[in-house]
Each structure stands twice: as structure tokens, then as C-alpha cells.
Design a protein around this ligand. Sequence first.
Ligand code: ATP
Ligand code: MG
Length: 459
Amino acid sequence: MIRKLLRKVFKRPQNERHEPALIPVARHGIRREQLSPAARKVCSVLQEKGYKAFVVGGAVRDLLIGHPPKDYDVATSATPEEVRAAFRRSRIIGRRFKIVHVMSGPETIEVSTFRAGQDAESADTDEHGRVLRDNVYGNQEEDATRRDFTVNALYYDPSTETIVDYHHGVADIQHKTLRMIGDPRTRYREDPVRMLRAVRLGAKLGLTIDPAARNPIREMGVLLENVPAARLFDEMLKLLFSGYAVKCLKQLREEGLHHGLLPLLDVILEQPMGERFVWLSLENTDERVRQDKSVSPGFLFATLLWHEVLTAWERRKAAGEHAQPALFEAMDEVLDAQAGKLAITRRIVGDIKDIWALQPRFDKRAGKTPYRLIEQPRYRAGWDFLRLRAQAGEIPMEIVDWWDRFAHAGHDEREALIRHAPAESAPAAAKKRRRKRRKPAGAANAAPAGETMPGSESA
Ligand code: ATP
Ligand code: MG
């Protein structure tokens, strides 16, 4: 107790306090009009009530670099309760710490109270030094110091258009450097997820990770094992949907951050069969994110795990199971093995299954079946998935084109398409023929006509 008090008194001698640089708009160039209306409003309302309030973190960094900000965070001297009282449409949410979501028009601004970081000695930590709780309020300088990278510790005041910079973040952005605040090893020990953030932000923003922050990653990566799976999953989602997934994943591999550390990464990087498919899907996701098109975790995970499903499905069918039930069993088998390890949420699991379950139905191009399929709510996602499979060479592109034409045709043309559709997909037919040749007549496997065969060599 006394030791703690002494440390508090002596930790920061007066001469160690440093005044922040106040950088005027003439030097940084960000005009208040570039911010979202909601972010400006939240700051001005809090300032009118006498609190300090700044746009902070990713948004300031992205504006300086010339990226459109994804969302806005505000840091303030007001407590969560005071923020809540200042805005009618707001709610306090508390995961690791209490923050306030303020809704304004279609936007939600995340408002957090200035917090002090805690050194590993006085904080509540696990046996590896990981900080378990860091919800001690502090002043602005402390708030800046507890942030991870210098470029993330910039405070923009919309009323004066000034940036408050405690750690030379503006200079680091100019030098395209991602630099850790404080001692990188200590900061990784406090929160190993910072290693993933370093890789993601470096790749996404085209910043070079400062060697002092980069070098320890290889040896400290093992600390990621102590991070709760749900938090890792959140961070991996951010990475996969950053618009730079391919670059991030290659960088993670280069830093040695896979092999058991990130179960998801093992799935992505270590599939001999589905490699082409998985990378194609990641490139596709990157492109969609950059074009501001919608992306869904369900779709992406369905692609990442598809080849495991194919393998399990094939194995079951080879053992004599009927195709349709074998597919559902294979789906469950793969999801049971992976979903828990990856911490995939139940909702995402539902989406993944929907997309997979549609795949064999694309082979049925007779009677009324195609009409029913295109009415399915997940038809579009299922078709996108089908197209990816064709692009990867798993199935012929002809099926994909057929469905595209069918979905957009009028009634007569649809009937004609059905009349002229092959009875079943080429690879399935070829495989069946092969099987028939091998087995005596009548002993052929009872797979229903027209189901797409997995892993087929045709393209
Ligand atoms: P983006 O939103 O583009 O993914 P970001 O930097 O805004 O990037 P957030 O997760 O929104 O990321 O975090 C907002 C800010 O909170 C960061 O800019 C940083 O200052 C701080 N922060 C986030 N995570 C950590 C962490 N693990 N350790 C220290 N500070 C963090
Ligand atoms: Mg952010």
C-alpha cells in the first residue's frame, strides 16, 4: 500500500512531464468540415458544457494519411455518466471498460473518458503480465500515453482545428512510421493483441513498423495464446475486413505469427487443397471492402472452411453415405472442430451453413427446382460462392453463367434454359461414369443425380 503510494508520488517527476505540441491547421491541413457532422456535434456539445472533448485515434490518423475514416472516436474529460446525460440518444456500454455510444443521425460516435494506463506492477494482470482491467480515469496526457502507437494518440479539436500531439505522432505519420508509445516489449506483454494491431495498421496504412516494435513480435507472439478467443476473433475480423487482408496475412506469416497462435490463420495458410480458393476469396473480399461493397463474415468463413468440408464430404460418400445427408454431416463435423476454436459466433455459423447447403442445389436444373432456388433469401450469397468455386477451377463456369442467365430471364427464356440444361454437372457426370465403369452395373453409388462433385479436376 505504502509502496504503491510512493510509486505514485515519485513515478513522474515534474521535469518528466512534457507539454504536448499544438499543431495548427496550417501545418496539418485537416479542416473541421472533413469530419463527420456527428463527431463535430459531440465535441461541441461537450465543450459547451465545460468538458474537454477531442476527436482521437484512428479517424485523425486516417485523415492525416488521406484515408477516409471508418468511424469516429471522441475522448473527453466527462465521465460516462456525464456524457450519457448530455445526449438523449446515447447509451453506456461496458465491455472491457465503460464507454458511451452517442447516436446522431445515422452515425454512432464512440465516446470514452480520458483514462490512465496502468503499469504492470500496480495493475490487475494475469501471470504473463497481461493487463486485465484498465479502467482508471486519468487526464489527457495519461490518456495519450496509454494508447498503443504514436499515430493513434493524436487529439483533434474541431473548434480550433488544432491537433494536440504528445508523442510526435504527426512527425511519425510524415515519416510513414508506426512507433509504439513506451517500451514495445512491456506494451505487448500488457496486451498481446497490439502485435496484431501493429501488423494490421502497418499493412493497411502503408506504414513501416519501427524496428523496436517489430523485432520483439517473433519471440513474443506466443503470448497471443493467453488472449481470450473472442477478442482474437474480433481482431481477426478487423484484419480480414480491413481491405488489406492479403497483405496483412502475408505480413503475419512473415512475422511468424501463425502455427498454433492464431487458429484462423492456420486454417487460411495451411490448406494445400483449398489454397487457391482461399486466396481468391480473400482478394475478392479486399476488393469489395475497398469499393465500399457489403461483406459478410459468414461468406468469408464459408470460403475459408469449404475445402475441409469437401474433404469430409468426399470421405463420407466414399464410405457409402448418401450425398445430401453426408454433406450436412460433413458441415457439422468441420464446424464442430473449428467454430469453438475460432470462437465463431452462432449467428455466423448459421450463415455459413446456409451458403454451403445451397451449393448442391445449383446442380438441379430441372422442373420447378430452379425457380424455388432463386427465391431463397441467401440465393445471391450462394451464387457468389458458386462463382468463386468456378474461378478457383473447382467446377465449370458454365453452371455459374447458366444461373446468372436464369435469374435474370423472363419466363419463356427460363423454360428454354431448363430444357437445354445438362442433366447434371459435367464433373459429377464424369465421376459417375468412371464409377460405373469400375463397378458392376447396379452397384453404382446412390448419389442423387446432378450433385456437384467436390474437388473435381475440371475447370
Ligand atoms: P481502426 O478503427 O481503423 O481499426 P483504430 O486505431 O481507430 O483503427 P480502434 O480499435 O477503433 O482502432 O481504437 C481506437 C483507439 O483506441 C486507437 O486509435 C488507439 O488509440 C486506442 N487503442 C485501441 N486498441 C488499443 C490497445 N490494444 N492498446 C492501446 N490502445 C488502443
Ligand atoms: Mg476506430
